[in-house]
Design a protein around this ligand. Structure first.
Ligand code: NAG
Length: 322
């Protein structure tokens, strides 16, 4: 689960009003990006959050004193959320960088969450990426998957995006969909359904991030720096408590635009790219984890068909890829 940094709801709600002025397109999709001030506020580790002079990039640092993070000024009910991220170089065991949606600060027991978590490694560049889906506090039924990236994520920035629609969720690395979660009635509350905010954080995950906690953060290599740019938040702003869109009249249009955008549609070409990525890069999926879910498979038949990968390979590699 992503970092549990606490922030008061009033502070969030009082944060700067949104002004969507930017028309600079993010690289993978044709979406408007925003300056930090337009869409975000610092969350913790203030001194370790460094904004560029044009306010379009943010560097998050982790050192002995603190990690750091930021949060969107608004909550959203569905949308497309993207950032270009360049991860810290060299020895990064124990370091966790996260880009995620959550409402854990509003709903302590029944929160929703969609995660990209990047787990550092002893070998520069070999970061693991983990995606996870929680709904209505389903933390005992995490649905995580892990992947190795087909590039070195510390050399240049790549975009990581989350599409959250009422019907499905897609995680993207650049323009490749790497995971699709289709809403199924059996999922019930496990499918995120309450407004969420966008978070980006860097923190010390020594207890678990690398080989199950065997390799800790070594502050001799600090500060660890992660660069965020091309920040995009496209969605219906919503009141997290009332759970309704702030601009009621426009919500329907927002949703229609979202559902018909290219990033919401998995074409046959994109599906083939997703299959290829998963076959080559996925090292773990909860679907086949017979150790944690001794009574059998943790996923529905539909998930398993969709995964279309070799179960044995995933099971075996789990213990070696922390
Ligand atoms: C969410 O969890 C709460 C508390 O466990 C429960 O009362 C509620 O029915 C759940 N909602 C859904 C949509 O499953």
């Amino acid at each position: 689960m992503a970092a549990k940094a606490r922030v008061s709801l009033t502070a969030v709600l009082a944060a700067a009003a949104w002004a969507c002025l930017s028309v600079v397109a993010a690289s993978a999709f044709d979406v408007p990006t925003v300056a930090f001030e337009e869409g975000f506020s610092p969350l913790f580790g203030d001194g370790n959050l460094v904004r560029s002079s044009d306010d379009r990039s943010v560097r998050l640092l982790l050192d002995r004193r603190s990690g750091s993070g930021f949060i969107s000024s608004d909550y959203y009910l569905h949308g497309f959320f993207s950032a270009s991220i360049k991860l810290p170089k060299d020895y990064t065991a124990g370091v966790v960088v996260a880009f995620y949606l959550s409402n854990g600060d509003v709903y302590e027991k029944t929160h929703d969450e969609l995660d990209f978590e990047f787990l550092g490694s002893r070998w520069g560049g070999q970061w693991r990426v983990q995606t996870n889906v929680y709904g209505n506090g389903s933390t005992s039924r995490g649905r995580e998957e892990r992947y190795l990236l087909p590039f070195d994520p510390t050399v240049e920035a790549h975009s990581y995006s989350i599409l959250w629609a009422p019907t499905h969720i897609i995680f993207y690395v650049d323009d490749t969909p790497i995971r699709e979660v289709i809403r199924h009635p059996d999922m019930g509350g496990d499918f995120p359904a309450k407004p969420m905010a966008v978070y980006a954080t860097i923190w010390d995950g020594s207890a678990w991030a690398t080989d199950g906690g065997k390799y800790k953060v070594n502050y001799k290599y600090a500060p660890f720096a992660s660069d965020f740019s091309e920040l995009a938040v496209v969605g219906s702003r919503a009141d997290p408590v009332l759970r309704v869109p702030r601009r009621d009249g426009a919500a329907h249009q927002d949703l229609l635009a979202l559902m018909t955008a290219d990033y919401a549609v998995v074409t046959p070409r994109k599906r083939a790219a997703m299959r290829a990525f998963r076959a080559r890069q996925m090292t773990y999926t909860v679907c086949y984890d017979a150790v944690r879910y001794a009574d059998g498979l943790a996923c529905q038949a539909a998930d398993i068909l969709q995964n279309n990968i070799n179960a044995r390979v995933c099971r075996e590699s789990y213990w070696h890829n922390g």
